[in-house]
Design a protein around this ligand. Structure first.
Ligand SMILES: *Cc1c(COP(=O)(O)O)cnc(C)c1O
Length: 391
């Protein structure tokens, strides 16, 4: 007979999902109620309000899409891009490439601005692209590239887009709740995120927010939105303020309890404190990794605190090391992607996983495992270096 599934207890320090806060898991196991129950509708309103806080926006169209981050990405593109529309897409890692795919599947024309993987999006190149393409409707870029660990200057990029009367689509899957992000102040038009990175929730929900300008652009479409499920006009009949809360799809009730709890935690901690926490533990982890002789992929100043990519030292068996971490320490770190497969590790410090305990544990486990593979390093030095940052 097949038995109940009992997953191993892991420490998740990869690119997501990250550790789920125990109180979020507890919230998820509360009794399911109807998705049109008045008590549920009230909770939905609280989610919207807390998402507005997390995004730092007053946007009325702020809601969680009932699907993972990739669906939030699609929501932005299918609603804002019509056949023939020109979209400037910045690519400096995996996710910019997916944006291009989205533009093309919507019938749009993607004008690519490419930067090396592991660097931030070049503001100068974007400015040149905007000047050369005055007919561009949208500028799309990834704020926090999880494939490399580089963060881009969303504020400057959005300001440029506004100067050129261009809408913006911003991927904030890994930045929301982890790095400074101000949707209204920076003039972001359409933004999407995910629950499994810095919000300490399970995967499967994608918060999105659209500015007034973006909503106007959706209304001004000549063609209907090609996706029924992701059409904001329809889904806002369920999520919109003053809407009839009519049935659109059955909301993932318990997953939304989880998101609600994760957002209560964020509100209790304070958004700016959460940003500062990610930075503090990044500094300690970095000190420890560098004490082990590991080098960062991304230059200082462009590093994403919640995703630390370091080069794998010469002579290390990448797959064997990650298997040992998983088997002996129940610790997951991320492998490299694309051109960096086998070349870097991606160590995540996201949401509930971003703690001193995890930083110290990861450094100890990595140090022991490197020593066991015959890499010469001074035992204990990494932990001391991290502690020095904390003291
Ligand atoms: C994880 C991630 C996504 C995709 O989210 P899923 O929940 O896996 O669909 C998109 N963009 C970035 C930057 C991500 O890190």
């Amino acid at each position: 007979m097949i038995q109940s599934f009992n997953p191993p207890v892991r420490t998740l320090m990869g690119p997501g999902p990250s550790d789920i806060a125990p109180r979020v898991l507890a919230a998820m196991s509360r009794p399911t109620i109807g998705h049109l129950d008045p008590a549920f509708i009230q909770m939905m309103d609280e989610i919207k309000q807390m998402l507005q806080y997390a995004f730092q926006t007053k946007n009325e169209l702020t809601m969680p899409v009932s699907a993972p981050g990739s669906a939030g990405m699609e929501t932005c593109f299918v609603n804002l891009v019509e056949p023939g529309d020109k979209v400037i897409v910045c690519q400096n890692g995996v996710f910019g490439g997916r944006m291009k795919e989205n533009v093309e599947r919507c019938g749009g024309v993607a004008v690519m601005v490419e930067d090396d993987w592991g660097t931030a999006v070049s503001v100068d190149k974007v400015q040149a692209a905007l000047e050369q393409n005055p007919d561009a409707k949208v500028l799309a870029f990834v704020h926090a590239e999880t494939s490399t660990g580089a963060i881009s200057d969303a504020k400057a990029l959005c300001a440029l887009a506004r100067e050129h009367d261009c809408l913006t689509i911003v991927d904030a899957v890994t930045s929301l709740g982890g790095s400074e992000l101000r949707v209204d102040e920076w003039g972001i038009d359409a933004i999407y995120s995910g629950t499994q990175k810095c919000l300490s929730c399970p995967p499967g929900i994608s918060p999105v927010s659209f500015s007034e300008r973006a909503v106007e652009a959706v209304k001004a479409r000549k063609t209907s939105v090609p996706s029924w499920f992701l059409d904001t006009n329809l889904v806002m009949g369920y999520w919109g303020a003053g809407a009839k809360r009519a049935y659109h799809h059955t909301a993932p009730v318990n997953a939304l309890y989880a998101l609600h709890e994760g957002l209560v935690m964020l509100q209790d901690e304070g958004l700016e404190n959460a940003w500062a926490r990610h930075d503090k533990h990044h500094q300690a982890l970095r000190a420890g990794l560098e004490a082990m002789g590991l080098k960062f992929l991304v230059a200082e100043g462009e590093r994403l605190p919640q995703l630390n990519s370091v080069f794998i030292p010469e002579g290390v068996d990448d797959a064997a090391l990650r298997t040992t971490l998983l088997n002996d320490y129940s610790l997951e770190i991320g492998a490299g992607l694309g051109a960096f497969a086998g070349k870097v590790w991606r160590i995540g410090l996201m949401g509930a996983a971003c703690t001193q305990r995890n930083v110290m544990f990861c450094l100890m486990a990595l140090e022991n495992t490197l020593l066991a593979q015959g890499i010469s390093l001074e035992a204990g030095k990494a932990g001391q270096a991290a502690l020095a940052v904390y003291q």
